[in-house]
Write a protein that binds this ligand. Structure first.
Ligand SMILES: Cc1cc2nc3c(=O)[nH]c(=O)nc-3n(C[C@H](O)[C@H](O)[C@H](O)COP(=O)(O)O)c2cc1C
Ligand code: SF4
Ligand code: SF4
Length: 262
């Protein structure tokens, strides 16, 4: 059993290397099922500001896992900081004991700081990192990498910045610009259902936002931007192995009762 959260496909791509049928955390969180039992359970998600996305934290908090071996794979872009150690401690707080954690460096999709054209041109040896993690899980390797003081400090600095500038975390940065054709893709890729289309134009509800950037990155018209900082508004990203349909299947609100069957 492998669970995943994804906005631009990195974590889904990695999850697919561990299971042919990974399970979407946003879909699970819309249903009632919170008890999971299997020999091996894996969770794959991105690092947001040094820690897992809010929804993944809630998933850990609310779920009960019965497994002989439980592992977490984090995907990140430039600096994992203390995210493996932090995530293991956070999980433990909710009674989830993690046997193994690895972090995989991939394209950094954080648009306020990174230009997606430059990012996709960088060689990060993703395949090699994935191979090592898959092998480690197959061998049931144990261990959580201990963070350095500098890594912990970096995480604390980023957390403080987020407290001082909550706009970077609560979605008020996100804005529909000119060029929207009302296709509704933003509504389908948002894991919390923050968008709807009215009179051919996308509108954002004021729901708690994960600031995952799925809406911004997957808009085919590049018609969603960020108010204060958007490194290159002309460049957007989705993992080269993952289709838009897969992001939609991961995050779109299902018909009533559909998620209960997952
Ligand atoms: C809001 C936000 C915060 C992020 N914070 C970090 C971070 O602290 N360190 C890092 O290396 N990458 C960070 N990233 C980059 C993502 O972790 C990385 O691109 C990840 O692989 C995206 O996964 P996905 O394609 O499955 O959504 C951040 C991305 C977003 C959107
Ligand atoms: S995805 Fe883009 S073009 Fe389509 S409705 Fe949303 S904002 Fe408009
Ligand atoms: S509104 Fe955009 S950034 Fe916020 S949760 Fe939805 S897709 Fe992610």
């Amino acid at each position: 059993m492998v669970f995943y959260f994804t906005a631009t496909g990195n974590s889904l791509y990695v999850a697919k290397q561990f299971s042919d049928t990974p399970i979407s955390i946003p879909q699970i969180m819309r249903g009632k099922r919170r008890r999971f039992s299997d020999d091996t359970i894996g969770i794959v998600c991105p690092v947001f500001a040094g820690q897992p996305p809010k929804m993944v934290v809630k998933f850990l908090e609310e779920s009960e896992f019965e497994a002989e071996y439980l592992y977490i794979i984090l995907t990140y872009g430039h600096d994992e900081s203390d995210s493996p150690e932090f995530t293991a401690q956070l999980a433990e707080k909710y009674g989830v004991f993690v046997d193994y954690i690895a972090a995989i460096k991939m394209v950094d999709n954080y648009l306020p700081v990174f230009d997606m054209e430059e990012e996709t041109a960088l060689e990060k040896n993703v395949e090699e990192q994935v191979k090592i993690a898959v092998q480690a899980v197959a061998e049931r390797k144990r261990g959580v990498p201990e963070a350095t003081k500098e890594q912990r400090k970096l995480h604390a600095r980023v957390a403080k910045m987020n407290r001082l500038a909550p706009a970077f975390n609560n979605g008020s940065q996100i804005k529909v610009k000119e060029g929207c054709i009302g296709c509704g893709i933003c509504a389908k890729v948002c894991p919390v259902g923050n968008f709807y289309v009215e009179n051919g134009q996308a509108k954002r509800k004021q729901k708690t936002c994960e600031f995952c950037l799925a809406c911004v990155q997957n808009c085919p018209q590049k018609a969603i931007g960020l108010r204060m900082a958007d490194k290159n508004p002309k460049a957007r990203y989705r993992n080269e192995h993952i289709s838009l349909q897969e992001i939609i299947a991961a995050n779109e609100l299902q018909e009533e009762g559909e998620h209960e069957r997952i």
